[in-house]
Write a protein that binds this ligand. Structure first.
Ligand SMILES: [Zn+2]
Ligand SMILES: [Zn+2]
Length: 259
């Protein structure tokens, strides 16, 4: 059951649908990636569809990195064997290259909040196994200054949409970002890990809700896994029984296929 008070939306399901139908009637549907015209809302245009790289098995059983060659189920990539991440499994809908990057950046930088329902549908499909075993959804938080500048947290938006679909409860404020970390974009893996170390904590009031629960952490993009790892560590420390990670996109690491 979705706890409406907890999800912080308070918006009845029907009202949300009616609003979307109303918006569709007045605003032409736009491609999720390039904002060009499409037939129906929640779609990619033909050119973006052809350029999008959706991730499919075979994958690393832990971090979800795609393998180039068929591998037995349960195989781990070299990176996960060398240093197992704090989260159990990470899965992503598509590669953060080309159209994948346009989708992520358009969503958070260009206010394309209309993308959230379609992205939640992709997350539900990609993360079906993770969501089937989950108790709670927790979005990766933004620092409050960044939230003020952007006005919305793209991860929380996807978590709320996913909650509507799955009935899983979302705890939007379970995690707090203690400091505003510099952008991860230009940093190497080791610098990224140092950059986010200790940057997240579980809010005091959320601890009792996390104890013994299986959490799926929601974010827009998985890069080195440093942010997801730091969040997972905080959630596990607060008593969560397991943490999986579900993101819209993941950055390729060319060495992932080598074991
Ligand atoms: Zn397009
Ligand atoms: Zn891996």
């Amino acid at each position: 059951m979705v706890d409406r008070a907890e999800s912080g939306r308070g918006e009845p399901r029907l009202a949300g649908r009616a609003r979307r139908l109303l918006l569709d009637a007045f605003l032409p549907p736009l491609c999720l990636a390039c904002a060009g015209p499409v037939q129906q809302s929640g779609q990619l245009c033909a050119s973006c569809w052809n350029g999008a790289r959706f991730i499919a098995p075979p994958l690393c059983a832990c971090c979800g990195a795609p393998f180039e060659l068929a591998m037995p189920e349960g195989t781990l990539c070299g990176a996960c064997l060398a240093e197992p991440p704090p989260f159990a499994r990470a899965r992503a809908a598509l590669s953060y290259e080309g159209v994948g990057r346009d989708l992520v950046l358009g969503f958070k930088m260009a206010d394309r909040t209309y993308c959230a329902p379609a992205f939640a549908e992709w997350l539900a499909r990609t993360g079906a196994a993770l969501l089937a075993e989950a108790d709670l959804l927790v979005p990766v938080p933004l620092h409050r200054w960044r939230l003020l500048a952007r006005r919305f947290n793209q991860a929380a938006l996807m978590a709320h949409e996913l909650s509507r679909r799955t009935g899983l409860q979302v705890l939007p404020d379970a995690l707090v970002r203690l400091r505003s970390t510099p952008s991860q974009a230009s940093l190497r893996a080791a610098e990224r890990a140092a950059n986010v170390r200790g940057a997240f904590a579980v809010r005091r009031g959320a601890k009792s809700k996390l104890e013994g629960r299986r959490v799926v952490l929601i974010d827009d993009v998985l890069t080195t896994g440093a942010t997801a790892g730091a969040c997972a560590r905080a959630l596990l420390k607060a008593g969560a029984s397991s943490v999986d990670v579900l993101t819209l996109a993941r950055r390729d690491r060319k060495s992932d296929g080598i074991i």
